[in-house]
Write a protein that binds this ligand. Structure first.
Ligand code: NDP
Length: 234
């Protein structure tokens, strides 16, 4: 049965690959964008996930078009890298607001109808950096590991209503986010990845669609690494 799926930041990068994977399964897929427009064939809603009113309006639009959101993929995220000594409080809180507090906002918006329906799938896109830490990414790592505690608490609170909450932790993926890494850093990263390559966004999407599938009905509070072995299960 076609499900109502919402992917935040589904207009490009990993989010778009996730949206396309659900679309290919025949689901009704909505994506958020911040003005770039909607990719062909998808239902787009304009939404900045740091704005609670915009999130509420986006959910209302998706609900009207596709019915209540049954599968939520909280994927939108940013980096703003610099060493701790140079990092401003604004740089820290902006990244946490976009990557973590926004996950809280969209989860709150999605769970009301999931609770009524007694079914729901909450999936959060974290990062291998959540477990390993990363120089110059104290803000990003904090936000991404925060998602794990958040998802696990949600899994405990909502499990009795048949709502699962899981995390996918990608390693390095070929997208705009990693395109600007200097070549020297890229080589150093590749040297630490057993599979010796970056992931394709589609490889992240397959873990996400698995978590939303009937086959994953008994998986909740899990963190699934898709990182070519970089984190070795941490
Ligand atoms: P991109 O930079 O390619 O895309 C980021 C997406 O997030 C865009 O759709 C962007 O929308 C959206 N976004 C950012 N801020 C907001 C906001 N305030 N409101 C709404 N949407 C927003 O990143 P990736 O596709 O690479 O990353 C997707 C997720 O995967 C992120 O959470 C990232 O942290 C995570 N990740 C990425 C890895 C990688 O190697 N690429 C590795 C591990 C995790 P817009 O087009 O409007 O800017």
């Amino acid at each position: 049965m076609a499900r109502s799926v919402l992917v935040t930041g589904g207009n490009r990068g990993i989010g778009l690959a996730i949206a396309r994977a659900f679309e290919a399964q025949g689901d009704k897929v909505a994506v958020t964008h911040r003005g770039s427009g909607t990719p062909d064939g998808l239902f787009g809603v304009k939404c900045d996930v740091t704005d609670s009113d915009a999130v509420a309006a986006a959910f209302a639009e998706v609900e009207q078009a596709h019915g209540p959101v049954e599968v939520l993929v909280s994927n939108a995220g940013i980096t703003d890298d610099t060493l701790l000594l140079r990092m401003s409080e604004e740089q820290f809180t902006r990244v946490v607001d976009t990557n973590l507090t926004a996950a809280f906002r969209v989860t709150k918006a999605a769970t009301r109808s999931m609770l009524r329906k007694r079914w729901g799938r909450l999936i959060y896109v974290s990062s291998v950096v959540a477990m390993l830490g990363s120089e110059g990414q104290a803000n990003y790592a904090a936000s991404k590991s925060g998602l794990i505690g958040f998802a696990r608490s949600t899994a405990r609170e909502l499990g009795s209503r048949n709502i699962t909450a899981n995390v996918v932790a990608p390693g390095f993926v070929k997208t705009d986010m990693t395109a600007s890494l200097p070549e020297q850093r890229t080589e150093a990263i590749l040297g630490n990845i057993p599979l010796r390559r970056y992931a394709e966004a589609e490889e992240i999407a397959s873990a996400v669609t698995f978590l939303a599938s009937d086959g994953a009905a008994y998986v909740t509070g899990a963190v699934i690494p898709v990182d070519g072995g970089l984190g070795m299960g941490h």
